[in-house]
Design a binder for this molecule. Sequence first.
Ligand SMILES: O=C(O)CCC(=O)C(=O)O
Ligand SMILES: [Fe+2]
Length: 199
Amino acid sequence: MPLVSLPLPDADVLLDEAFLTPVAAEALLRELTDTIAWRHEPIKLFGKEVLQPRLTAWHGDPTARYRYSGLALEPQPWTPALRHLRQQLEAASGARFNSVLLNLYRSGQDSMGWHADNEPELGPAPVIASLSLGSTRRFRLRPRNLARTPHAPVSLDLPGGSLLLMRGATQQHWLHAVPKTARFAGPRLNLTFRQIVGV
Ligand SMILES: O=C(O)CCC(=O)C(=O)O
Ligand SMILES: [Fe+2]
């Protein structure tokens, strides 16, 4: 399926709801769930150490070091499956990626809070390629500053096999989140491919 551009001001967001076939998405979900060394990382929340409400992993070129929510993440090497996926996403997006952050939402109780992928090591207008596998979860977007970007929050249901691209000024002017859901949700695995530049 093609990437479809979403009509959002001050953003450049594209979605392909069926980038991978269901069979390919299911196979990749199983392979990554079983072979990735998932970590349960602590974060500081209002000065207190708590565990992140999801499992994570970070893979990439050895030079792609990244600070994320106060953590200094050392990349693990590319696995064959991740290297192959990187090739597919570079071809689809026309961008280059030297790293990937993996998030495993074990159930509807796992989540990601409001944030932008705007760390300095991503540069001023990063291209983020976000591939989802497993259960459909709601992805929310909202303007950082309503006076500058007067727009209601946006909800996208991201099914397994979908590809979301965020480019241009998206991280500068919008925040995104994956809220908890009380509805039944099985495991969901999300991969965000990124290009870390030296700072
Ligand atoms: O799970 C998702 O769809 C979003 C992940 C995300 O925002 C991130 O890794 O920065
Ligand atoms: Fe993000």
